[in-house]
Design a protein around this ligand. Structure first.
Ligand SMILES: Cc1cc2nc3c(=O)[nH]c(=O)nc-3n(C[C@H](O)[C@H](O)[C@H](O)COP(=O)(O)OP(=O)(O)OC[C@H]3O[C@@H](n4cnc5c(N)ncnc54)[C@H](O)[C@@H]3O)c2cc1C
Length: 438
């Protein structure tokens, strides 16, 4: 258990603690919310079960931030992240002007650096390695919470609560209604990183292989000679992937299993010139069944070992590579979505419907990772908005839901789940609470 300095330890042992806002989950959306709440002068507690912050952005090794919109509504935290990560040599701006290419491991340090700046720290307490044991409620209000720690066994009280757990765990503990429209599922992934890749050799190979900039592209920075790149291949039958012939022969040669071809995507890791992040292998049928889920995770490690040996033997530049990271947080794209005051739909997204209490502007399209061999659906959208009411619990008047568990339908969710939008949700809720608390 780690306590940051604001908490008076003796006081915790004897009294209740009162906050303006308690945020459960110190990941992508939770950190943005905590930063903004503290900046607006709200006394805030951020609770995170890992021993680091960042969620999927760090523990999940999910890079880069998908380019979403140039409109900067509720992007103060994101901009701060970009600026601070740059100082730590953990950020680059890609050639399409996407400034969200980060080094996920260093981001753990960057995020803590931001949240412990004096202006923020004075209003923000952080509890790492802490989970909520129970949520106590009174009619339509969350009253207090109890943490899973002997030392902090007294209830902690707040005026507002924010579920930023990614899974909706807080809302489920509180007994909230869950959306029950599960006819389709996103496939999940266990991401990993290889180090000691020769970027120059591999990018030369890519340039000669594939000139389709939508799939493969290389960015050579002429000022500092850094090289960055991304490429992909899936087993979808209605798209031609230049890399697929290599993956197919990997299966024929027994290096890969057929399912390893389902989705293969890589990104260079910002500021390293040697690390490559893999957005695979996929985890199929990862369900809310702990036996199946555990088995899938074991199989995923075997797949990582196969993919590693395959790229080492197949692609120029990977000969001396080594596995440096396997995600400590499973890459779950969509899990529980919680019922909120406004149910946001695919039509709202596609039509670009305008809302009075808008929290974000984005244009990232519908992005569903399916397991059949049709193309994954990626529909490019016009700019769209999201109302604060989609982040307000249907069941409790003082509970907000941000990030993945929001009250949107499956297809709208598949667009809204990208990191920049999750951060805007966190900031939008902070702004809203600061306004109503005045
Ligand atoms: C495989 C994969 C690839 C993706 N690729 C991209 C991409 O390339 N670009 C992009 O922009 N987006 C991408 N996304 C989407 C994006 O990363 C996520 O949707 C987004 O990061 C989710 O943010 P969040 O705040 O909801 O959850 P998270 O970032 O997961 O944060 C949730 C936090 O809550 C904590 N927590 C959970 N339960 C508890 C509890 N009970 N008590 C305390 N803490 C708790 C977790 O430890 C975690 O830190 C991808 C997602 C996946 C899964």
């Amino acid at each position: 258990m780690v306590l940051t300095t604001n908490l008076n330890y003796n006081k915790i042992m004897t009294n209740r603690i009162n906050y303006d806002v308690i945020i459960c989950g110190g990941g992508t959306s939770g950190c943005a919310c905590a930063y903004s709440c503290a900046k607006f002068g709200l006394k805030t507690l951020l609770i995170e079960k890992n021993n680091f912050l960042g969620g999927l952005m760090t523990g999940g090794l999910v890079v880069p931030v998908m380019k979403s919109s140039s409109n900067n509504l509720n992007c103060d935290y994101y901009n701060k992240l970009v600026k601070t990560a740059k100082k730590f040599n953990a950020q680059i701006t890609y050639k399409d002007n996407n400034d969200g290419w980060f080094n996920p491991e260093i981001l753990k340090i960057v995020i803590e650096d931001i949240l412990t700046e004096n202006e923020i720290k004075k209003n923000l307490d952080i509890l790492l390695e802490t989970q909520i044991f129970s949520v106590n409620k009174n009619n339509s209000l969350i009253k207090d919470i109890v943490l899973n720690s002997n030392l902090l066994s007294l209830p902690i009280v707040s005026t507002y609560y924010v579920d930023a757990t990614g899974s909706g765990e807080f809302s489920i503990l509180a007994g909230c209604s869950i959306l029950n429209d599960k006819s389709e599922h996103q496939q999940n992934s266990l991401r990993f990183i290889l180090d000691n890749v020769n970027f120059s050799e591999f990018s030369d190979f890519l340039i000669n292989l594939d000139d389709d900039e939508n799939i493969t592209n290389i960015y050579r920075n002429e000022i500092n000679s850094d090289v960055n790149f991304t490429t992909a291949s899936t087993w979808d039958e209605n798209t031609f992937w230049k890399l697929d012939k290599f993956l197919k022969s990997g299966v024929e040669n027994g290096l890969l299993l057929p399912n390893d071809r389902s989705y293969f995507q890589i990104f260079s890791v910002a500021g390293t010139n040697s690390k490559v992040a893999f957005n695979c292998p996929r985890i199929s049928n990862y369900a809310n069944n702990p036996y199946m889920a555990s088995n899938e995770l074991i199989e995923a490690k075997k797949a990582i070992w196969r993919i590693y040996n395959f790229v080492k033997k197949t692609f120029p530049g990977f000969e001396n590579s080594q596995i440096s990271n396997i995600a400590t947080q499973t890459g779950i794209r969509e899990q529980n979505r919680i019922k909120t005051k406004y149910h946001y739909t695919k039509n709202d997204l596609i039509s670009g419907k305008k809302f009075e209490n808008n929290v974000l502007e984005a244009n990232y399209g519908i992005d569903v990772h399916t397991n059949d061999k049709k193309s994954s659906i990626i529909q490019v959208s016009q700019s769209y908005q999201l109302p604060i009411e989609t982040l307000m619990s249907y069941d409790y008047d003082n509970l907000f839901i941000i990030g993945k568990p929001i009250g949107a339908d499956f297809y709208a969710h598949s667009a809204l789940r990208v990191q920049k939008s999750c951060m805007s949700m966190g900031e939008g809720v902070a702004k809203y609470i600061a306004k109503i608390k005045k």
